[in-house]
Design a protein around this ligand. Structure first.
Ligand code: ZN
Ligand code: ZN
Length: 355
């Protein structure tokens, strides 16, 4: 006789885009009930990342719809599978951009799940390892994730301000750690938004001298409050000239097209221009600008699970969180409009109790 195992599903509420042209709207769907190693989180807060908007609008290629965005998730553990060791009901847990990976490749073995050779499983707009079950993100009231992909949240930080650490935080923390940025280094941060404000906080916490590079004079006071010791308006050619050969590193958070050559010339010998924002169209740079001073242009994507936990623990020790504006979920479409205009300091976070 054919055996069938009917798995109980969990009714879940959220907000979804039904296609690439629709605003987000209430959406009901189902999540799997927790398996032996799964954690069920009741979502408390979810950060609003610029990539949420890129993905629901198909700007990063065809998306999987309906799409429930959200990968900066903080929640309370409601239920755990019987083999879960890290969490108990009542604990606070967090989920970032990944909910699974192959766990077998060289990168996964090194805790670099974001670079899994077999493709990590994204928290939304992705398929589970079975290749057919879509993943749904944190603009929802609950989520079920294998405990290996759930982070422990330090108890001394405001939870709404922790949420953006899961993407904006780790995206800037990871390259600063990889290139061992610290005391004695001069770091330029390009762009003061969700990513840029975290880059300023981390680079200055690591002991580097931080300069905010901006096209907007209105950003000066804030960048200094966040930890930058210097602010340079790059619309003034004389300012740009003065910075020639100055920096050891530039963290480039800008995802609109911009002139890389201008910034590359600001790098000292062996300087590295680290891209964490990517314009939608290919960029051009002069090979000779790299060659002349052994400069590099590099990129970096989020962080693996061990490093993400390390970042949260670092944030706990140094009291670092994101600057956030908490919103109700009904205001998400208006928040996207404001985000497009750069009108947020510096991350919207959805209070999921408003769902
Ligand atoms: Zn993100
Ligand atoms: Zn892998």
């Amino acid at each position: 006789m054919l055996q069938t195992t009917k798995k109980k599903m969990i009714a879940t509420k959220g907000y979804a885009a039904l296609d690439a042209n629709s605003p987000l709207a209430p959406f009901s769907f189902q999540r799997r009930s927790p398996g032996p190693r799964d954690v069920l989180l009741e979502i408390l807060y979810c950060g609003v990342c610029h990539s949420d908007l890129h993905q629901i609008r198909n700007e990063w290629g065809p998306g999987i719809f309906p799409m429930v965005p959200g990968h900066e998730i903080v929640g309370r553990v409601k239920k755990v599978g019987d083999q879960v060791k890290k969490f108990s009901p009542g604990d606070i847990g967090a989920v970032g951009c990944l909910v699974d990976s192959c766990r077998e490749c060289e990168n996964c073995k090194q805790g670099l799940e974001q670079y899994c050779y077999n493709g990590p499983v994204g928290t939304y707009n992705s398929y589970e390892r079975d290749g057919k079950t879509p993943t749904y993100g944190g603009y929802s009231d609950r989520i079920v994730v294998n405990e290996d992909f759930v982070l422990k949240v330090p108890s001394n930080l405001a939870l709404e301000a922790v949420a953006p650490l899961l993407c904006a935080g780790i995206t800037t923390y990871s390259p600063l750690r990889h290139w061992k940025v610290g005391k004695g280094h001069k770091v330029g941060v390009l762009g003061l938004g969700g990513l840029g404000h975290m880059a300023v906080k981390f680079a200055s916490a690591f002991g580097a001298e931080v300069t905010m590079l901006s096209t907007s004079p209105a950003k000066e006071a804030d960048s200094k409050r966040l930890g930058a010791s210097r602010f340079v308006l790059t619309t003034e050619p004389a300012n740009v000239k003065e910075l020639r050969g100055y920096f050891d590193f530039i963290i480039d958070t800008v995802s609109a097209p911009h002139d890389y050559n201008m910034y590359l010339r600001m790098l000292d010998t062996n300087g590295v221009h680290i891209c964490v924002g990517a314009p939608p169209t290919p960029s051009q740079f002069r090979g000779m600008t790299l060659i002349a001073n052994r400069r590099s242009i590099a990129g970096s994507s989020i962080g693996g699970l061990p490093e993400t936990q390390e970042m949260l623990d670092f944030c706990s020790a140094y009291h670092i969180v994101a600057d956030v504006e908490v919103i109700a979920i009904k205001d998400i479409n208006a928040a996207y409009e404001r985000m497009l205009k750069g009108d947020v300091k510096y991350r919207f976070v959805i209070d999921m109790s408003t769902l």
